[in-house]
Ligand binder design. Structure first.
Ligand code: CDP
Ligand code: CDP
Length: 217
């Protein structure tokens, strides 16, 4: 049997990579893994135990013991959890612990599906460097901050000012791009999709064109 078909999708916060990845997975009949959930999950565990996410021993232990069941009912889409996620994500032992799960998912997608879409920061560079399709989804920082702010407002109108969300995204992007281990960056063979002036349908159409060009039907 041929190896699983992997589509790697990377990019900065609120660029639209999750929205695109879910649509691609549904369209091609592939499994989907939001790898940010794993880092957010470990960040959430640290915060809920009142541990400092920057403490490497505690963060490593949390990552090793982590299971997606731990966060089943947790609200992990918040800015606080995003910040904690990017703090644990700097630490090589945390990344190593989460890498095993991601590689297994890619090697044997659940439900017997023929492949998977994984999204994150280092899928094309580290997790699945041999993926035949790599997309790097990006957009201007202010546009991304506006998208995230709208989402947060829709969930809880008391939440945050736009300026806070923008500042948060700037810090997180800088930490994600500047870390030593598996920094956020496009793989050499990634297609870059700038979504600044595109809506989700246009991004999807653009991705399909790029993918069809790269995949044997
Ligand atoms: O959805 P959003 O883009 O805001 O973030 P996310 O994808 O949920 O990821 C949260 C954080 O996890 C990121 O800011 C990264 O620090 C980290 N992450 C990572 O280091 N590597 C990945 N493959 C995925 C996420
Ligand atoms: O996964 P990531 O954090 O990169 O972003 P997302 O959660 O997929 O998208 C953030 C928000 O931007 C969602 O509310 C999308 O509907 C919206 N959006 C998009 O995904 N793509 C566009 N081209 C424009 C807006």
């Amino acid at each position: 049997p041929s190896p699983p078909l992997i589509i790697a999708v990377d990019g900065p916060a609120a660029s639209g990579k999750g929205t695109l990845s879910r649509r691609l997975a549904a369209y091609y009949g592939l499994a989907y893994l939001d790898t940010g959930m794993l880092y957010r999950g470990v960040g959430w565990v640290m915060l809920s135990r009142q541990l400092d996410p920057r403490r490497v021993d505690d963060a490593e232990a949390a990552a090793r013991a982590f299971s997606l069941d731990d966060i089943a009912d947790a609200d992990i889409r918040t800015p606080d959890v995003g910040r904690a996620a990017s703090q644990v994500a700097v630490q090589p032992p945390v990344r190593a612990a989460l890498l095993t799960y991601q590689r297994r998912f890619a090697a044997a997608p659940p439900n017997g599906l023929r492949g998977a879409v994984l999204d994150g920061r280092d899928i094309g560079t580290v997790v699945c460097p041999d993926a035949p399709v790599k997309l790097y989804v990006t957009a201007d920082t202010e546009v991304r901050a506006h998208r995230r702010w709208s989402e947060l407002m829709a969930r809880d109108a008391r939440s945050l000012s736009f300026e806070n969300v923008l500042e948060d995204i700037r810090r997180r992007d800088a930490r994600d791009a500047g870390r030593e281990e598996a920094p956020m960056r496009p793989a050499a063979d990634a297609v870059i999709i700038d979504t600044t002036t595109l809506d989700p349908d246009e991004v999807f159409a653009r991705a399909l064109r790029e993918i069809d060009r790269r995949l044997p039907s």
